[in-house]
Ligand binder design. Structure first.
Ligand code: BGC
Ligand code: NOJ
Length: 821
């Protein structure tokens, strides 16, 4: 069953019934101020850091799911009937309901008893506040006397502390209510200089700020006493749970429509100007008052909403394609880049599955997110690269995560995930291919944020490579450390105590486990860095990087081939992992994809054999599973992967992020049919008709879809914040459609399903626009044999960078190459 439809024209997904299989989320905000919002207005709001500057509460793992949000209650004053226009939290029967998730905004509308209400939520560009525009229309033929109650529940800033330290928290909450504006100022008296505010454009009939007064004894959000009796108590929170609720009255003539604006914002004051009058404990509102006044005015709201939509026109103009497949067009042109923006901004911090508390910015995650995002906002990608590099350790290693607010490495998680540094190399080379910005290599960046340790970025990249070479194991393959890309392959941890984190617990001394995944990733990264070194005129360095890559290829060929596929690892006891010799976990997807992407085994048939094994053993209708057969019991020497029940997560789930590696590998071997077939299996839009099985949002990728061995095959989890976003966009746009930035030019190398007659694309790249038309004789397939650039035939498939502002017309014809005689 489907729960909605795509409105491609407006770039919206329209949810047509509120009780989706899971909450279907969207995000507000694109720069510093963010919110997560579900199709029933659940979610929360935060300034930059979902843990340390959380404005509102959200209850992960609650029942029902998805409570805590941006709620409104409407009340009919004539008969006391009340409901929420977003369905939650009252879950009243609605005569009509529609949620439009758009690009950085959500609008939810509904109808009950002849009253139509639509709430538009968004963050105006450049502001640290969110606007809720409520539009109420009286569709009755008589006057409607209504009350509106707003509701947010404030978080006491540090979301971890807020959900654990109740002995303190029940006594610290403080608010002020001045001129109808509710200010949340917990801890403002001491070391915080920030506060939140919640304002409304209409005069108030009342307000509440103490949760239990608003709700009444023993009641929940679905039936607040204040709403039931139609009156707030003007409560001022002292401790317990501060909330913000405005009560306003609206009297609408028949057919009349009225707009009411609410704003929920974040503000800071300089430390020496926190109070007004000085010496008092009252918030100095001199800076925030004009902001509030401005955003309560309807015209500014309309203008900002227009600007927000315009900013997305600009961001999405980097690539536009028209192919024979609507699911491809919709994902490439709208939703996949949009998801990439969310992963870039939020890393893995706040989603329905990420609490915003546990994880900061992942070093590996953020590096990969750049692949998807770099074309849209290159300047921000550049800064992200420098931020990441500043947390790198002098050894070349990396903190696994850093906090966005402080930009410091996170000691609690530490380092030792030996794939981490190599992702930085891949991110920088992707950035350079997009921008041609060679100067970034000379940017001076510290190690571990320590003054005095600064070195050019290129030196950081050298150390990334060195880090692997300094840590080779008995077979000359890279040591895995705590884990590699597969966080759950913990080959040195041997954890026997429950409750220990597999990733951070003490590893066995001198662990010699080796990773074939890192080996392949090293080959890829070294060759990429060699290209970069050559570009800056350093041929010797390039040659030595290539030689290191060659030595690693030899080690992989000698010790990493299992006969029909690439091995996964050697464990700490010297045993093979991912081999036909194992009873469980015989073949893993990651080393097959990464090895072929690195060019290993292409000339001797190993690459092709590995991909056949993937097809035979790992591919399902829902995508490619990570491992087969899955582990049915806990293996001490393998770690967390064997802690999951078969078919879930790393233990044989369809780990979506790895699927594009296999798609890319297929294109490298020239099989467009296989590549695109895999692409369609995980494409969320193509899975929309099976939403009852898939359950997650049909407009964004999920981290995982349960595998064949699971109790619920095909069921997705962990949507939104996942490396699947940037890798799928890379696979479809750069490898299948084949419009691929390289250091020296724009490569046009499509590898299409043979049934396609071709496609068209418009790509903005380094300031010029490339209008690309690709022809293919349907049923035949092939690679680029003829390339015409602005009317002139060009050898090969590389188009040189054109001057900024110019438009280049490219015609590419794909044919089967004639066999050479
Ligand atoms: C999950 C991984 C995740 C890791 C992060 C594990 O439990 O299965 O997907 O990367 O935790 O700590
Ligand atoms: C989730 C992490 O964010 C990603 O970096 C990792 O590679 C996968 N888990 C696989 O374990």
């Amino acid at each position: 069953m489907q729960y909605g439809y795509f409105d491609d024209e407006r770039r919206e997904y329209v949810v047509t019934q509120p009780d989706t299989p899971l909450p279907w989320m969207n995000y507000l905000g694109t720069e510093d101020h963010f919110g997560m919002i579900s199709n029933t207005a659940g979610g929360c709001s935060f300034y930059r850091d979902a843990r340390l500057r959380r404005l509102t509460r959200y209850r992960h793992n609650g029942a029902p799911f998805d409570l805590g949000g941006r709620y409104l209650y409407l009340r009919d004053e004539t008969d006391g009937d009340y409901w929420s226009p977003s369905w939650q939290p009252t879950r009243s029967l609605l005569d009509a309901y529609e949620c439009r998730h758009g690009l950085s905004y959500t609008s939810i509308s509904s109808q009950r008893g002849g009253v139509h209400a639509e709430v538009l939520y968004f963050v105006p560009p450049g502001e640290t506040l969110e606007v809720w525009r409520l539009r109420v229309r009286n569709d009755r033929d008589t006057r409607a006397d209504l009350s509106v109650f707003s509701l947010v529940e404030f978080c006491l800033w540090d979301a971890l502390d807020d959900s654990t330290n109740f002995q303190r928290n029940y006594s610290v909450g403080e608010v002020e209510v001045v001129d109808g504006v509710i200010y949340h100022k917990t801890e403002y008296r001491e070391r915080r200089n920030h506060f939140a505010y919640f304002a409304c454009s209409e005069p108030l009939a009342g307000f509440d700020t103490q949760r239990d007064v608003f709700l009444g004894p023993n009641r929940g959000w679905e039936s607040p006493l204040a709403v039931e009796r139609g009156r707030c108590s003007d409560s001022i929170a002292h401790g317990w749970a501060p909330i913000g609720s405005h009560h306003i009255r609206l009297s609408l003539a028949a057919s009349e429509t009225r707009d009411v604006i609410f704003i929920l914002g974040y503000s800071e004051n300089p430390t020496d100007a926190k109070f007004d009058p000085p010496g008092s404990q009252t918030i100095n509102k001199a800076r925030v008052r004009p902001v509030i006044e401005r955003w309560l005015a309807t015209e500014d709201v309309e203008r900002a909403f227009g600007a927000l939509r315009g900013s997305w026109d600009e961001l999405l103009s980097v690539l536009h394609v028209e192919t024979p497949d609507p699911d491809t067009d919709r994902m490439v042109n709208i939703w996949n880049p949009y998801q990439c923006m969310a992963t870039f901004n939020l890393s893995r911090s706040m989603s329905f599955y990420e609490s915003g508390i546990g994880r900061g910015m992942g070093f590996r995650d953020s590096s990969q997110d750049i692949l998807g995002f770099v074309g849209m906002v290159p300047a921000r990608a550049r800064q992200r690269i420098l931020d990441l590099a500043s947390t790198q350790l002098p050894s070349g290693g990396a903190y696994h995560q850093y906090q966005p607010l402080t930009k410091r490495g996170n000691d609690a998680i530490g380092s030792g995930f030996n794939d981490d540094p190599l992702w930085l190399v891949l991110a920088v080379s992707a950035y350079m291919k997009e921008t041609g910005d060679i100067a970034v290599l000379d940017e001076i960046v510290p190690f571990d944020n320590s003054p005095g340790s600064e070195a050019p970025l290129f030196e950081h990249l050298r150390r990334c490579i060195r880090y692997t070479l300094d840590r080779l194991g008995p077979h000359g393959l890279p040591l895995i450390g705590r884990a590699d890309w597969n966080d759950c392959l913990n080959l040195n941890c041997f954890s026997e105590s429950s409750g220990e984190s597999f990733q951070t617990t003490e590893n066995r001394e001198g662990g010699i486990a080796e990773s074939l995944f890192i080996a392949a990733q090293f080959v890829l990264a070294s060759n990429e860095l060699a290209g970069v070194a050559r570009l800056r005129g350093d041929g010797d360095e390039a040659a030595s990087l290539e030689a290191a890559a060659c030595r690693m290829v030899v080690a992989v060929e000698d010790h990493g081939w299992d006969g029909e596929w690439f091995l996964r690892a050697y464990d700490s006891l010297g045993g093979v992992v991912g081999s036909h010799l194992n009873a469980e976990g015989q073949i893993f997807a990651e080393p097959q994809g990464m090895s072929v992407m690195a060019g290993i085994g292409i000339s001797n048939g190993k690459a092709a054999a590995a991909l056949v094994s993937v097809r035979d053993r790992l591919a399902t209708e829902h995508g490619i599973m990570l491992v087969q057969p899955p582990f049915t019991r806990y293996h001490l020497e393998l770690g967390e992967i064997t802690s999951y029940p078969p078919g879930y997560k790393e233990n044989g789930g369809v780990f979506c992020q790895v699927n594009p590696w296999i798609m890319i590998a297929e294109t490298i071997l020239g099989d467009g049919e296989a590549a695109f077939d895999y692409y369609k299996r995980t494409n969320p839009s193509a899975r929309a008709p099976i939403s009852d099985v898939h359950r997650c949002e049909p407009y964004v990728y999920a981290q995982m879809i349960a595998g064949r061995d699971a109790a619920t095959p095909g069921e997705a989890k962990n949507s939104w914040l996942t490396g699947s976003a940037s890798w799928h966009l890379t696979a479809i746009s750069q490898w299948i459609l084949g419009v691929r930035p390289e250091l020296g030019g724009l490569r046009i190398d499509p590898v299409l399903p043979p049934t396609w007659p071709g496609f068209t694309a418009r790509r903005r790249w380094r300031g010029a626009t490339y209008e690309i038309v690709v022809h293919q004789e349907p049923g035949v397939g092939g690679r680029v044999q003829r390339l015409v650039v602005d009317g002139t035939s060009v050898e090969g498939s590389l188009v040189c960078p054109a001057p900024e502002g110019s438009t280049v017309r490219i015609e590419a014809t794909l044919e089967r190459a004639l066999p050479s005689c």
